[in-house]
Structure formats: C-alpha cells, structure tokens
Design a protein around this ligand. Sequence first.
Ligand code: MG
Length: 249
Amino acid sequence: MVTIKSPRELDLMRKAGQIVAIAHQEVAKHIKPGVSTKQLDEIIDHVIRSHEAIPSFLHYNGFPASSCISVNEVVVHGIPSPKKILKNGDIVSIDIGAIYKGYHGDGAWTYPCGTISDIASKLLKETEASLFAGLAQAKSAARLTDISHAVQIYAESQGFSVVRDFVGHGIGTHMHEDPQIPNFGLPGKGITLRPGMTIAVEPMINAGRKEVKVLADGWTTVTMDKSLSAHFEHTILITDTGYEILTKV
Ligand code: MG
C-alpha cells in the first residue's frame, strides 16, 4: 500500500531527512586516506544519536553497523570495518538512514578519497546527474516508471550500466514501503504519483557491466566484473508542482 503522509508526518520526515543530511555533511569531512570505514561509521552513529534519532540500518535484517560503506567495486551494503582502510583514489559510497520519532530518512552519496581517476570522477558526476534526471520526472500525476526510465536513459547515455538487483522505495514509518522504484524500464507504468507520497530514489550505476553478486558475508554486494560502482540517493516528497528533497540540511 502506498501511503499519503499528513502534514504532521511530513514535518517528522523532514527532520529525519535533515539528520541524514547532517550526518553526510559531517562524515564527508573525515574521508581521507588512512581512515577506516569503521571510524566513519562511528561518526555517523554519533551524529544520528546526538539528534535524538536512531540509525535505521543497525540490526535491520541483522545488519551489524549504523551505515553501509561501500568502497570501489562494492555496489551497496558494505559493512564498516576497522580493517578496511581508505586509500588515495578510492571512491566511497555511504548510505545513511535515520529514524526520528518513528519516521525514516534515507540518503546515499559517493565521495572521492583523495585524488581519483578520470573515469571514477565521471562515474560520480554522472551517477549524481542520473539521480536528478530521474527526480526531474517526479511530480503529481506522473507515473512511477517515468523516474525509472529517465535514470536509465541518462546513465546509459554516459556509457555506464544500471544495477537491476536493487531498487528505490517508498519510505515513512518503515524504511522500505511500497512502491518499489527500479532505476530502469519503460516509462508510463506503475502507480500515479500524488502529493504527500514520500519515496527514496537511488540509482546504483556501474562503470562496467550491470551484473552484481553478494559475497559470503551475506551483505557486501560487488560488481561481477570488479568495475567501479556509485550510489546516489535522496528521500523526496511529491508535491503539486514537482518534488521537495527531504534529505537536505
Ligand atoms: Mg534506500
């Protein structure tokens, strides 16, 4: 069931989204060679809790950390570890969720660590652009897969591929609500978007082929061909005229 949030609920979702954005802003200052992904996770956990919120991901289906930190060929669900030390040239996807008074915010961003290659730099720039190409379709009376299609067309026009195995989602009192939002497919299908719907749009884009696999830990998802992968996500509210980003400071 796709829910329409009340003004009171939207205020709480704005606050949850703002906490996610603040956690991103803070952790971004600490991404540098020599830092472990566990250290970054501790910063994120601290920021979320200091705003009277709870990390959405901790213990979600048994996930053991407060954020997902996915380096280079890791697409999503990287588990922060004291053994994973960032190097110059890495790209670092950080996915953060926060629950504030029962409502979730969810946002991901891929950051450069030090000086990155030209192809890595292009992947980050164009994955972010693919998110905004999708969001440009997000408005009242549009169909859900108008977003999906726009993301795919944009990412593929840049020579990149779209991960099929993970999708965006509705969000509210649960981190994952209906509808599912693929980052690929034909336009004009799925639900009709209405003001008050809140969704998380999150393209995962690979520099190489689209296929991915989950490693033996049951979480870490990597590109099959070991190519770089990037992930950008905002939680948004559908409005009468377009959309409002909720995961912003
Ligand atoms: Mg999400």
